[in-house]
Design a protein around this ligand. Structure first.
Ligand code: PLP
Length: 364
């Protein structure tokens, strides 16, 4: 078997134990003589997987009972449109612009012609930080943030306290640390970064927000449709939910979300220390206080402080040859990016850090 270290931003690495279990059960699930992929979404067999995933999310993430847990499709990107459609009530919607994904969410508010306001942005500094001095108004219909900016490698280390329901795009940091639910109206994520394969979107939403959706919303785009039917209004992405279920079991077996969070801190520290201790050879994109524990974006610098893109390309190539893929930065900022989601092992980060040290010695 030849498993590489996969630092891709998404779809991204999945725990080997989960893949092995899925492989083992692929042809004959639990002695039933068929794959879960082939089972009816109305069968008892599938129901256990579906409800098992929901109750594991509730248990591990500590989701209070006044929130619905929904399994939708259309990616996190469809949520950008569903949020204004369902949650805007004719007042004002407020957004923080902390990167490309926030901008895309704002664009959907614009398209729908709702009254919205961008209350803070870090665009002027190439999104190198979570904007400071964020001030949401108390009477907004909702307040919107992106908890982890996958491209720029920045992350909120605490959610803002808002009177308006806080809506959080946690596509790239869901299940990576415990949540203070008292601050949350809704959290959503495309599963393919930290929670499974693409094709599944997880939405955890306060019931009182579900109730907002009006009669003019197309059936499939209305949270209430899915909440009323336990996400079985139509065929859900059953295989993705099955893998999510296995990943949740993996989180539980590894001590739960607090233990996972500790491990994430350890991994991120190792990598940021390597960057900080490189004497300016490697330089992180994000300001220190905004650094993401999930996506580490950095550059290789010339002595005059400019990016050495030739050396960055060489780094990516040699890392690939050494069994580490996905380290090329997003095209919008270039450079390097290591995505070190829950499923990336400490060993993977250690291997990367050793490689970085060797690469620096050979090329400076
Ligand atoms: C990847 C990503 C998205 C887009 O997710 P899709 O499921 O591809 O639509 C949205 N927001 C964030 C923060 C992301 O990282």
């Amino acid at each position: 078997m030849n498993r590489i270290f996969n630092f891709n931003a998404g779809p991204s690495t999945i725990p080997l134990e989960v893949l092995k279990k899925a492989q083992e059960e692929l042809i004959d699930y639990n002695g039933h003589g068929l794959s879960i992929m082939e089972a009816s979404h109305r069968s008892k067999l599938y129901e256990e997987v579906h409800n098992g995933a929901i109750s594991l999310i509730r248990e591990l993430y500590g989701v209070p009972m006044d929130y619905d847990i929904l399994f939708l499709q259309g990616g996190a990107s469809l949520q950008f449109a569903m949020i204004p459609m369902n949650l805007y009530m004719g007042g004002v919607a407020e957004y923080v612009d902390s990167g490309s994904w926030s901008s895309k969410a704002i664009k959907e508010a614009e398209i729908q012609g709702i009254n919205y306001r961008v209350v803070a942005s870090s665009k002027d500094t190439t999104y190198d930080r979570i904007p400071e001095n964020i001030e949401f108004s108390d009477n907004a219909d909702y307040a919107y943030i992106t908890s982890n900016n996958t491209i720029y490698g920045t992350e909120y280390h605490e959610f803002p306290i808002t009177k308006a329901p806080l809506i959080i795009d946690a596509s790239s940091d869901i299940f990576s640390y415990p949540i203070d639910w008292s601050r949350v109206g809704m959290i959503f994520a495309g599963a393919q970064k930290n929670a499974g394969p693409s094709g599944l979107t997880i939405v955890i939403i306060k019931k009182e927000l579900v109730a907002r959706g009006g009669d003019k919303i197309p059936t499939m785009l209305k949270y209430k449709t899915h909440a009323d039917k336990n996400s079985l209004f139509n065929t859900p992405p059953t295989f993705g939910i099955y893998i999510l279920n296995l990943i949740l079991h993996w989180i539980k077996d590894n001590g739960g979300i607090e233990a996972i969070a500790k491990n994430n801190q350890k991994k991120a520290k190792l990598l940021y220390d390597a960057i900080d201790n490189s004497g300016g050879f490697y330089v992180g994109h994000a300001k220190r206080e905004s650094r993401s524990l999930m996506n580490v974006s950095y550059n290789i610098k010339n002595s005059d402080g400019t990016n050495n893109s030739a050396l960055e390309a060489k780094f990516v190539q040699e890392a690939t040859d050494a069994g580490m893929i996905g380290l090329k930065g997003h095209r919008s900022i270039g450079g390097l990016r290591a995505s070190i989601y829950n499923a990336m092992s400490l060993e993977g980060v250690e291997t990367l850090v050793e490689f970085m040290d060797k690469f620096q010695r050979e090329n400076s």
